[in-house]
Design a protein around this ligand. Structure first.
Ligand code: C2E
Ligand code: MG
Ligand code: MG
Length: 596
C-alpha cells in the first residue's frame, strides 16, 4: 500500500497538473490508440488514480469512464516502479472477484505501466486489457514502458505551457501556486518561510525601457534572476512571479537565518548591473511570511508575502515580516472602499456641523460640514479614516456630491433662520478631476436659492494643485462667483505661501496640530504667530482649528487671529443644535465654553 503522505502528494499533483482536464485527455488519445494498435489489444486506457476512484482520461475499447478505487487494478500497478502484468485475472486471488472480471466485461488480461512524473510520483497507468488471457514479451513490456514515458512527457509538457516566465526561464506564479499546493499536502506538519523579493522598482524599469528599449531591461531582470539563484542553494526553487519579483520557499529556517540570508541576497543584488552601457543598481526589498504547509495557509501565502513586501517597500527596509495587524488594517481599508457605495445608497452617511467663531465679537459666523459614516457592522467610522481610502476610489466625487447637496440644503434653511450664517464644505483633490464640479455646484446653489457668498470651500494645502490642472480654473470660477476659498490644515505639511498666490484664497485655517497645546510648545507658538502675521500681510483672514483650551484662545486673540474653531468653543453637532446655539448667541451673552 502507498503510505498516506505519498498518496496525498500524488492527489495534490493531479490537481496541480490539472490532469483531469478533458483537453489533456484528448491530446493523449493518439498515444492510447497507438498502444492498442501496437499490442493488438481491444482495450487501452490511461487511468488516473485519485482519492476515491480511478478515471480513464483517455480510452480505446471501453465504455466505462471510471471505477471506484477499491476495484482498481491500476491502483496496485502504481505501487511498483515496473509493469504489473496479469496474464489471467481469474487466477490471481487479488482480482478474481473483481467486477470487471466477473461482470459483463469479463476481462482476463491486464498489463499496466505506471505513469511516473519527474518528481517520482505515479499518477496512474497506461494499461492494456483483453478479454482473452495473454502475455507480453519482455520486449513488449519495454515498449509499453516507453509509451508510458511519452504519456508523462506529454502531460508535463502540456501543463508547463503558461508555467514559465519567458524572460528568466524560471517557473512563474502559476507554477509557484501549484507547487505550494503540492507542498501543503505533502508536508502538513512542517514549518516553512515564504519569501517574495522585489529587485527593481517599476518606475525605473519603465524609465529605462522608454530610454533604452525593453531588451536591456529584460537583460537586467535575467541577470537579477541569476543572482538570486546563485545565492540560493540548489535545493531551493526560485520562481519569477511578477515583472520585477521573485519568490521561493525556505524550510526550517529560524528568523535570524532568514534575515542573514536576505542580507547576503541584498548585498549581492545591489552590486551594479549593466543596462545597455549604463551601470544600474537593482534595489532589494523582501517580504517574508512563516507558514504551515496546510492548504489554506499555502493558498494565502503569496498575498501575505505581498503585504510584507509592500511594508518593506514603504519603509525602504531590506526585509519585513508579515504582520497580521497590518494585514487587518489593509483589509479594513479594502472593506471600507468596497462597502461605501452601498453605504451611500442606504443612507449610512450623515453630516454634523462644527461652529466657527469670529474673535472680534465672539459670535458664531459659520459652521463646517463634517461627514460621518455609521457602518452597519463596523459602527461609526471617522472621516480621518474613510476619506483617505475613498479618495483613492472613483466614489469620492459621488460622495462629495452628496455632501454638497445636503450641506447646501441646510445652508438654505439657515439662510432663512440665521441670516448671514455661512456654511463651509471640505472638498478633496479628487473632486477637481470632475471638470463640471463648479457648474454642478452653481446649479445646486441656484436650486436652493443660495447666495454663493454663504458658502466656503475648504481645500487642503499641497502640491496636488499642480497635478490637477482642472483645479485652478474651477477655484477661480468659484471665487469669481463669490464663494470663499479656505486653505485647510495649513502648517501640517510642507507649508508654503509661495504657491498660494496662484489660488484665489480668502482664509487660511491653521492646522490643529499646531494650535492644540499651543500654550505648552514654544516652537508651535513661534510658528502660529508667524503664520498669522504673514497671512495677514498677504491679505488672508486666519482661522485657528483645534482650539481646546482657554490659553490657546488668549494667545490667538493676542496675535490677531480672526476666527477660531475647536472643542473649547463648540464640538461638531447636529444642524438643529447649531441653530439653537447661534440663536442663543445672537440673543444673549457671547462665547460660553463648550460643556464637554
Ligand atoms: P478638517 O476639515 O480639518 O476638520 C476638522 C477636524 O478636526 C474634524 O474632524 C473635527 O471634528 C476635528 N476637530 C475640531 N475641533 C477639534 C479640537 O478642538 N480638537 C481636536 N482634536 N479635533 C477637533 P473629523 O470630523 O474627524 O474630520 C477629519 C477630517 O476628515 C477633516 O479635517 C476633513 O479633512 C475630512 N473630512 C470631513 N468631512 C469631509 C467631507 O465632507 N469631505 C471631505 N473631502 N473631507 C472631509
Ligand atoms: Mg476642514
Ligand atoms: Mg483642518
Amino acid at each position: 500500500m502507498l503510505d498516506r503522505s505519498q498518496d496525498l502528494e500524488r492527489i495534490a499533483l493531479i490537481e496541480a497538473l490539472n490532469v483531469m482536464d478533458p483537453a489533456l485527455g484528448r491530446s493523449l488519445d493518439p498515444i492510447t490508440e497507438l498502444a492498442a494498435f501496437t499490442f493488438g489489444t481491444p482495450i487501452a486506457l490511461i487511468s488516473i488514480v485519485d482519492a476515491d476512484s480511478q478515471q480513464f482520461i483517455s480510452r480505446v475499447g471501453l465504455a466505462l469512464e471510471r471505477t471506484d478505487r477499491h476495484h482498481s487494478i491500476c491502483s496496485c500497478a502504481i505501487e511498483s516502479s515496473c509493469i504489473l502484468q496479469i496474464s489471467d485475472l481469474r487466477e490471481d486471488p487479488r482480482f478474481r472477484d473483481n467486477p470487471i472480471v466477473t461482470g459483463p466485461e469479463r476481462m482476463r488480461f491486464y498489463a499496466g505501466a505506471p505513469l511516473v512524473t519527474r518528481s517520482g510520483i505515479a499518477l496512474g497507468t497506461l494499461c492494456l486489457m483483453d478479454r482473452e488471457p495473454r502475455e507480453l514479451s519482455a520486449n513488449e513490456q519495454r515498449q509499453l514502458q516507453t509509451l508510458a514515458r511519452i504519456v508523462v512527457n506529454q502531460m508535463e509538457l502540456t501543463m508547463s505551457v503558461g508555467r514559465r516566465e519567458p524572460i528568466s526561464g524560471l517557473p512563474n506564479r502559476q507554477q509557484f501556486q501549484a507547487d505550494l499546493s503540492v507542498l501543503s499536502r505533502r508536508d502538513g506538519a512542517s514549518r516553512f518561510t515564504g519569501v517574495l523579493l522585489d529587485v527593481f522598482d517599476l518606475q525605473s524599469a519603465n524609465d529605462a525601457g522608454q530610454a533604452l528599449g525593453l531588451k536591456p531591461v529584460e537583460s537586467l531582470l535575467r541577470q537579477a534572476a541569476l543572482r538570486v539563484q546563485e545565492v540560493m542553494s540548489d535545493d531551493v526553487q526560485v520562481y519569477h512571479v511578477a515583472a520585477t519579483r521573485f519568490a521561493f520557499v525556505l524550510r526550517d529556517h529560524s528568523h535570524d537565518q532568514v534575515e542573514a540570508l536576505m542580507g547576503r541576497l541584498r548585498e549581492r543584488m545591489r552590486r551594479p548591473l549593466m543596462v545597455g552601457s549604463i551601470p544600474m543598481s537593482p534595489q532589494f526589498h523582501a517580504g517574508v511570511c512563516d507558514f504551515h504547509a496546510d492548504p489554506e495557509e499555502a493558498g494565502d501565502l503569496v498575498r501575505k508575502c505581498m503585504v510584507a513586501l509592500n511594508h518593506a517597500l514603504h519603509a525602504d527596509a531590506c526585509v519585513c515580516w508579515y504582520s497580521a495587524d497590518r494585514d487587518a488594517h489593509l483589509r479594513r481599508r479594502y472593506r471600507l472602499a468596497s462597502d461605501a457605495a452601498r453605504g451611500l445608497a442606504q443612507d449610512q452617511f450623515s453630516l454634523v456641523y462644527q461652529p466657527r467663531y469670529d474673535l472680534s465679537d465672539d459670535q458664531p459666523v459659520s459652521a463646517e460640514a463634517l461627514l460621518r459614516w455609521t457602518h452597519p457592522m463596523l459602527g461609526p467610522i471617522s472621516p480621518g479614516e474613510f476619506i483617505p481610502v475613498l479618495e483613492c476610489t472613483a466614489l469620492m466625487p459621488q460622495l462629495s456630491q452628496w455632501v454638497i447637496e445636503h450641506a447646501f440644503a441646510q445652508a438654505a434653511r439657515w439662510q432663512q433662520q440665521l441670516p448671514g450664517f455661512a456654511m463651509s464644505i471640505n472638498l478633496s483633490p479628487r473632486d477637481f478631476d470632475n471638470e463640471q464640479l463648479w457648474t454642478g455646484m452653481a446649479e445646486r446653489l441656484r436650486m436652493h436659492g443660495l447666495a454663493p457668498t454663504q458658502i466656503e470651500v475648504e481645500i487642503t494645502e499641497g502640491q496636488w494643485l499642480h497635478s490637477h490642472p482642472a483645479a485652478l480654473p474651477q477655484l477661480r470660477a468659484m471665487a469669481a462667483a463669490g464663494v470663499r476659498i479656505a486653505i485647510d490644515d495649513f502648517g501640517s505639511g510642507y507649508s508654503n505661501f509661495g504657491y498660494l498666490s496662484e489660488v484665489p484664497i480668502s482664509h487660511i485655517k491653521v492646522d490643529q496640530s499646531l494650535v492644540t497645546g499651543l500654550a505648552r510648545s514654544r516652537t508651535a507658538r513661534l510658528k502660529v504667530e508667524a503664520i498669522i502675521k504673514l497671512a495677514h500681510q498677504l491679505g488672508y483672514r486666519t482661522v485657528a482649528e483645534g482650539v481646546e483650551h482657554e490659553g490657546e484662545l488668549s494667545l490667538l486673540r493676542l496675535w490677531g487671529c480672526n476666527e477660531a474653531q475647536g472643542y473649547y468653543l463648540a464640538r461638531p453637532m447636529s444642524a438643529e443644535a447649531v441653530t439653537q446655539l447661534v440663536l442663543a448667541h445672537r440673543a444673549g451673552p457671547p462665547l460660553e465654553p463648550d460643556a464637554d
